[in-house]
Design a protein around this ligand. Structure first.
Ligand code: AMP
Ligand code: GLY
Length: 416
């Protein structure tokens, strides 16, 4: 089987590795890929998506796996282009990926299908936003368009809300677009992933990511400083409730609205006192959650995705081991405000009993690796208990060093 994975980060490194471990020994290509990924997959000599699809046709690619969301909504959409070219794609059509690309679309979808979520009002102007908020603080403000992860603000008071509204609606920092004023929900967050094949689904082990930069969940929001995953993260009763109230109505809703979906769907949930509620959908796996979940997977992910992409759900092809997985991120100096490139990474060869996935690195001809991005590496360990997995991940991560390296010391340990 020939597989093309689209993306370049730590999530794609983990996906490529899991696909490469499939028993049929698939031949894997990656676009745009990274130096670390290219130790497992071959690069593709193209510059844009139409050329990529033409290349897939020429090479008789059996499966395209969308790791990163941007390609799903760019131009005609990766999955749409693949379909037109007759290539099975694991990743949804452009119109379905609006669940992630447009917060207004997602909120409308949730409301149409009676799926629990925070109440929200869509506004166009500063004054409308102020009126919609009233005196309800804290409030959550979400820019509707693409904002590189910076479009959501949880505002404790009027002054932070007004500052964000000015930036987004008056100065139009992210360009023109509408804004959601959303009810602020409280409770632990959990990321639930399902593989969706038309009207069927299979749930993967849930995960939780650590979004803040510093220990104790302090400091600014980041792309994720680590993740913990495992079947025991949520109990069986809660998982049943999430399936019945959230996943199943979502799958039914996609089918009712004629939104084709074959791929991973990520449900960002808050476990409120009233029950689980959706705060976001993402049309892909999470990063760094993927790096934590993939080491728990056994079986044949390549055939599972290839069959799924052709409309056949084959849950018997994969399974998940019991126990826990903890992924600890090493980030570069100054992250998340800035990132530093070119610092030599030492100690990679000393790591044992843990997996390393590269998010932002480059290799030199002499075999050394240097930093190349905000999040640099994930070190992932699995064990029967959360504590043991966390200890192992931190112990191994401590062997890796580079100038200005940042790592939270409570990933997998701080539990909520
Ligand atoms: P997002 O960029 O959509 O992933 O949202 C970023 C973060 O904002 C989430 O991980 C939550 O911590 C927080 N958030 C989003 N929506 C809500 C909400 N309705 N209530 C409370 N926190 C929220
Ligand atoms: N870990 C959050 C995300 O992938 O969006």
């Amino acid at each position: 089987m020939k597989i093309l994975v689209v993306g370049k980060g730590g999530r794609e490194h983990a996906l490529v590795q899991a696909l490469a471990e499939s028993p049929g020994k698939p031949e894997i290509f990656c676009f745009p890929g990274s130096d670390a990924i290219f130790s497992l997959a071959r690069s593709v000599p193209v510059k844009n998506m139409p050329a990529l699809v033409a290349w897939m046709v020429e090479k008789n690619i059996d499966l395209c796996v969308a790791g990163e969301e941007s390609y799903l909504v760019k131009d005609e959409g990766l999955a749409n282009l693949c379909e037109a070219a007759g290539i099975p794609c694991w990743g949804p059509h452009k119109q379905s990926a609006q669940l992630e690309a447009s917060k207004e679309f997602a909120k409308g979808f949730l409301e149409r299908h009676g799926i629990p979520t925070g109440k929200a009002v869509v506004v166009d102007t500063f004054d409308q936003a102020v009126e919609a908020i009233g005196d309800q603080y804290p409030t959550v403000l979400k820019f509707d368009g693409l904002a590189a992860g910076k479009g959501v603000a949880v505002c404790p008071d009027e002054s932070t809300a007004h500052a964000f509204l000015k930036e987004v609606l008056v100065q139009q920092r992210f360009g023109s677009g509408r804004l959601l004023v959303e009810e602020c929900l409280t409770g632990p967050e959990v990321s639930v992933f399902a593989a969706i094949v038309d009207d069927q689904y299979l749930v993967f082990p849930p995960a939780r990511d650590y979004k803040r930069a510093l220990d104790g969940d302090a400091g600014p929001n980041t792309g994720g400083m680590g993740a913990v995953a495992g079947g025991q993260l949520i109990d069986a009763g809660l998982l049943e409730k999430i399936k019945k109230e959230i996943i199943e109505p979502t799958v039914r809703g996609l089918n009712q609205e004629g939104l084709p979906y074959r791929g991973f769907l990520y449900f960002g949930l808050i476990l409120t006192a009233e029950g689980p509620k959706v705060i976001e959908y993402n049309c892909r796996f999470g990063d760094p959650e993927c790096q934590a979940v993939m080491p728990l997977l056994r079986g044949d992910l390549a055939t599972f995705c290839q069959q799924g992409a052709t409309g056949i759900m084959r849950p018997e092809l994969i399974r998940f081991v019991d126990g826990w997985s903890v992924a600890v991120i090493l980030a570069s100096s100054g992250y998340p405000e800035i990132s530093r490139n070119g610092d030599e990474i030492k100690g990679l060869a000393d790591v044992s009993g843990a997996r390393i996935y590269h998010s932002g690195t480059k290799s030199h001809k002499d075999g050394t690796w240097v930093t190349h991005g905000g999040r640099v590496l994930a070190v992932v360990a699995t064990a029967a208990s959360r504590q043991a997995a966390a200890e192992m991940a931190h112990k191994q991560a401590a062997k890796i060093s580079f100038t200005g390296s940042q790592r939270r010391s409570d990933i997998g340990i701080l539990h909520f």
